[in-house]
Design a binder for this molecule. Structure first.
Ligand SMILES: Cc1ncc(COP(=O)(O)O)c(C=O)c1O
Length: 412
């Protein structure tokens, strides 16, 4: 039984709190939102074996905060990451260069707390992760979005923005990029552009903040080296996550950073360590299974993407435009200019379909107004087909498009 609320907390709340959260009302019948993964691809059996093995062997270490590994996280997990980052991203990091955090969201908070004050300026990709934009807004930071093309952040526009800011005496605190399977656009920044980014970073004395959380989910498995690996002045902070490769509810991410930043972030990480059991299970599971799990996962995701693109082509015809993403779990879709995806979001939700409206994922609300992001990882193939059909119906009722439904001319 819930206690009836008669005590008034309102006069006690300090100024500047974020707006109150809404109560969770469950997932929509057809849910294309969030960064959720495919439930059928969580390696439950192997995780059960891992939890049993590691608890039998090392369970008693749970008696100490930080196990026997100290405040940077379970050492075998950091050692797994060293080998993985070397193999996949060409990053030469030692276990002591890595901090395990409670999802890469905590990494965003720690980097921001270390570097940002109200009124500062940061550079981001024009379309970017809503969680990052929300944090920057809340911190009162001036956020400048650089447009993207099929190869990620445009370096010509970054160069002119940096020059313009310098002329105005402004030194941005960082350039935040999701270079390897960008969220939401799904592009991969090629190596030549990464080199140019580092050149600009060095020229203007602005560090790069590299968010690589989708880097494991690439259809052909090929990726350029991480920007962190290519830098030779230590001016890059790299973050990653197990949310997309294993499971987001585990809440395990990591930061790779030079000690100057690491020591500051450690001083700000006041939770006495991230959940140890998750770290132990991941280390135990990943060492033998990660490299065989990921290609299976991406094959399944690729099949779902194909289903989504087919369904959009069938249901929306030429009204839905999109570039095929190079990996990941999202499709970024452009609808005709008259469609307002914030309104579409409301109407679709009432019909049981949840989508992410574009303006929430962009610093350019006008540009993103007729765009939306669809997560194809968590719905089943049947839900994808049905959900896109319902979305097309709602969109036609609200905005008159698509005119053609399921490749049939609609008769009035
Ligand atoms: C670009 C990006 N960074 C960070 C996160 C946060 O992920 P997590 O805290 O689960 O690691 C997400 C989640 O969707 C994301 O898309």
């Amino acid at each position: 039984m819930s206690v009836s609320a008669s005590f008034d907390f309102a006069p006690l709340l300090p100024a500047g709190l974020p707006a109150p959260a809404a109560r969770w009302t469950g997932l929509a019948k057809y849910s294309f939102v969030g960064g959720n993964n495919d439930p059928d691809q969580v390696p439950v059996g192997d995780l059960i074996e891992a939890v049993n093995a590691v608890l039998k062997r090392e369970g008693k270490t749970l008696a100490s905060y930080g196990l026997t590994s100290g405040p940077q996280g379970y050492r075998p997990l950091r050692e797994f990451l060293c080998a993985k980052l070397k193999r996949d991203a060409a990053i030469a990091a030692a276990a002591d260069d890595i901090l395990i955090v409670s999802g890469s969201l905590q990494a965003l908070d720690l980097v921001n707390q270390t570097l940002l004050a109200r009124g500062d300026t940061v550079i981001v990709e024009q379309e970017t992760y809503q969680g990052s934009l929300n944090r920057l807004n809340r911190l009162g930071v001036n956020t400048i979005g650089i447009p993207l093309d099929g190869e990620g952040m445009r370096m010509d526009l970054l160069a002119s923005t940096l020059a313009d800011l310098k002329a105005r005496g402004i030194r941005p605190k960082y350039i935040y990029t999701i270079p390897t399977v960008q969220n939401p656009t799904g592009t991969i920044m090629p190596e030549s552009r990464r080199t140019e980014l580092l050149r600009l970073s060095e020229q203007y004395g602005v560090p790069v903040f590299e968010d690589d959380c989708y880097a494991d989910l690439i259809w052909d498995g090929k990726r350029p080296p991480a920007i962190y690996a290519m830098a030779n002045n230590g001016g890059v902070i790299h973050i990653g996550s197990f949310s997309k490769s294993i499971a987001p509810a585990l809440r395990v991410g990591f930061i790779v950073a030079p000690w100057e930043m690491m020591s500051r972030m450690l001083a700000l990480k006041t939770d006495a360590g991230s959940g140890a059991l998750e770290q132990m299970v991941l280390a135990e599971y990943c060492a033998p299974h990660f490299t065989s799990h990921v290609p299976k996962l991406t094959r399944g995701l690729r099949a779902k993407l194909d289903t989504l693109m087919e369904a959009l082509n069938e249901q929306f015809g030429t009204s839905a435009e999109f570039l095929e993403p190079k990996g990941g779990i999202f499709l970024w879709v452009k609808l005709p200019d008259n469609v307002d995806t914030l309104k579409l979001y409301q109407a679709a939700l009432a019909a049981g379909v949840s989508i992410n409206p574009g303006p929430e994922w962009s610093t350019n609300k006008g540009y993103a107004g007729s765009r939306l992001r669809l997560c194809f990882a968590s719905p089943s193939e049947q839900q994808i087909r049905e959900g896109v059909g319902v979305l097309a119906d709602v969109c036609r009722k609200e905005f008159g498009v698509p005119v053609r439904i399921a490749n049939m001319e609609r008769r009035a």
